[in-house]
Design a binder for this molecule. Structure first.
Ligand SMILES: [Zn+2]
Length: 88
C-alpha cells in the first residue's frame, strides 16, 4: 500500500524528451545530415559544438515515444490517486 515512487534524478539518462542536458544547458532539436540517417530529427545539447559531440544526444522519435509512456504512467498514478480519494 505504501509503494511511493520518488522522482529520480540520479542517472544522466533522460527518459522521454530531454529538455536539459546533463551540463544544465537546454537541448535543441536538430536534423541529422548523415547518409545513414538523413533528415532524422534528434535532441542535442545546445552548448555542444560538433567537436564536442556527446552528452545529451537522442533521436526525436524515440524521445517522443518514451514521453508518451511517461505521460501514460503519470496519468495512471493520477487515476490511482482519484480512486484512493474516492474511497475515503
Ligand atoms: Zn550539455
Amino acid at each position: 500500500m505504501s509503494n511511493i515512487s520518488s522522482g529520480s534524478t540520479r542517472s544522466s539518462y533522460v527518459r522521454g524528451i530531454p529538455s536539459r542536458c546533463t551540463c544544465g544547458k537546454p537541448t535543441t532539436i536538430l536534423k541529422s545530415t548523415t547518409e545513414k540517417n538523413p533528415r532524422r530529427k534528434f535532441y542535442r545539447c545546445r552548448a555542444l559544438t560538433d567537436r564536442a559531440f556527446g552528452r545529451v544526444f537522442k533521436w526525436a522519435k524515440e524521445s517522443q515515444l518514451e514521453e508518451f509512456d511517461v505521460l501514460l504512467e503519470k496519468q495512471e498514478s493520477i487515476v490511482d490517486d482519484i480512486e484512493k480519494n474516492r474511497k475515503v
